[in-house]
Design a protein around this ligand. Structure first.
Ligand SMILES: NC(=O)c1ccc[n+]([C@@H]2O[C@H](COP(=O)([O-])OP(=O)(O)OC[C@H]3O[C@@H](n4cnc5c(N)ncnc54)[C@H](O)[C@@H]3O)[C@@H](O)[C@H]2O)c1
Length: 379
């Protein structure tokens, strides 16, 4: 394909708006489309603010900034893509929605247009197979934020042609990026290596190996990473990390990719990352696993109870408790109001109740251990 003159970007979120900005700053005319009008206004404001910041820092001249802004057009009409040589989709990470978009684009775009997907994890081969031009479909994986990050991971689907690959590589280099090339297997290169590391950091936290601060400091200073894996997960979004782990697990079929239960629980609790500030606020479940390990030890060693009931247990503690007990154990939590913690025991002993109270009151395992040993002697 001859040199790309006009790009279409679909999706004006974090990635799409950044990609449009990079293209405009590198002399290419861009049309940015989003289905959601507020998202389109937000994208427009974000590109303007980002370019203004670069001008204020003298990283762009006034006229370069103004020219770049002039090259971006925001539209709520996908038909405007009929002239685009190259279309990059950066919409929501859903295979069905992306496939539907490609089918729509096929009707609008010129026959020579290349379709690139910024997907983090979806198979390019499957996306391509949904179209009638699979050899013109490719993965173009930018990193966040696109104006800052120097890398583009190009992903060749099973049917991507050499010509499509060459045009995508040339465009990426025009955008000032370093290119790496991956075959189309789950996670490509970077996420396949990065996400299991983040998942393992969650396992280290979950099993009480260390505090989140020590895990992050260890990886920062011990391996020269600019930020620790938990902080990075916070930036990426825990929901994104979880969904990529699920894709790795399903796509590569190995248990080593199974998502950490604590990561699953954070996402279930709606703690998705930077927005909710997991890096700032201590999560109520942290350290709970140690107590649950001890609770499990007490319950099993003393064969004491078959059922736990309480309406005062924090939801996170309940989940962790369930996770740490053997699957056959029935744990029920009584929903009745004003119903204090109650253990239905096989060998009646109120000491078990006391122990569980201590477990609940003392999140710090070290202070718990001394009290636990006193209580244990009462048996
Ligand atoms: N966020 C990251 O760090 C990151 C990094 C690399 C790749 N990605 C990938 O980039 C893509 C976008 O991610 P994001 O973080 O920018 O998401 P985002 O949620 O910030 O933005 C997605 C945008 O797409 C729009 N949209 C949804 N469906 C649409 C449709 N059918 N047509 C047009 N617009 C539509 C939404 O309104 C929204 O504005 C995803 O595939 C994601 O996996 C994300």
């Amino acid at each position: 394909m001859s040199s790309v003159k006009q790009i279409g970007v679909v999706g004006g979120g974090q990635m799409g708006s950044g990609i449009a900005q990079v293209a405009a700053m590198n002399g290419i005319h861009v049309c940015l489309f989003d289905v959601d009008p507020p998202a389109l206004s937000k994208a427009s404001a974000s590109v303007s603010a980002s370019i203004a910041r670069l001008v204020s820092k003298a990283q762009l001249s006034q006229s370069e900034g103004a020219d770049a802004l002039q090259r971006v057009r925001f539209t709520s009409n996908l038909e405007d893509f009929h002239q685009a040589d190259f279309i990059i989709e950066a919409i929501v990470e859903s295979e069905d929605i992306k496939k539907r978009l490609l089918l729509q684009l096929e009707k609008i775009a010129k026959s020579s247009a290349i379709f690139a997907s910024n997907t983090s994890s979806i198979s390019i081969t499957r996306l391509a197979a949904a179209t009638s031009r699979p050899h013109q479909v490719i993965g173009m994986h930018f990193f966040n934020p696109p104006p800052v990050m120097k890398l583009i991971e190009i992903v060749r689907g099973a049917q991507t042609s050499d010509e499509t690959f060459a045009a995508t590589k040339a465009l990426s280099e025009r955008l000032g990026k370093k290119v790496i090339t991956s075959r189309d297997f789950s996670g490509f290169i970077v996420n396949r290596i990065l996400m299991p590391m983040i998942n393992e950091a969650f396992f280290a936290l979950y099993t009480g190996v260390a505090t989140k601060e020590d895990i992050d400091t260890g990886m920062k200073l011990g391996t020269n990473h600019p930020m620790g894996p938990l902080q990075l997960a916070d930036f990426i979004g825990l929901d994104v990390c979880l969904s990529i782990m699920k894709v790795l697990h399903a796509g590569l079929g190995e248990n080593k990719y199974a998502p950490c239960p604590l990561l699953v629980q954070y996402v279930d609790a709606g703690r998705l990352g930077k927005k909710q500030g997991i890096g700032k606020n201590k999560f109520a479940g942290e350290g709970g696993i140690k107590k649950c390990g001890l609770a499990y030890f007490v319950l099993v060693s003393f064969g004491a109870c078959s059922q736990v009931q309480s309406n005062h247990l924090p939801a996170t503690f309940k989940t962790v408790l369930k996770l740490s007990l053997p699957p056959s154990t029935v744990v029920q939590f009584d929903q009745r109001p004003n119903h204090e913690l109650l253990l239905v025991q096989r060998c009646p002993s109120m000491t078990i109740v006391s122990i569980i109270h201590v477990l609940l009151l003392h999140y710090d395992a070290s202070s718990f251990v001394s009290e636990f040993s006193v209580l244990a002697q009462e048996f």
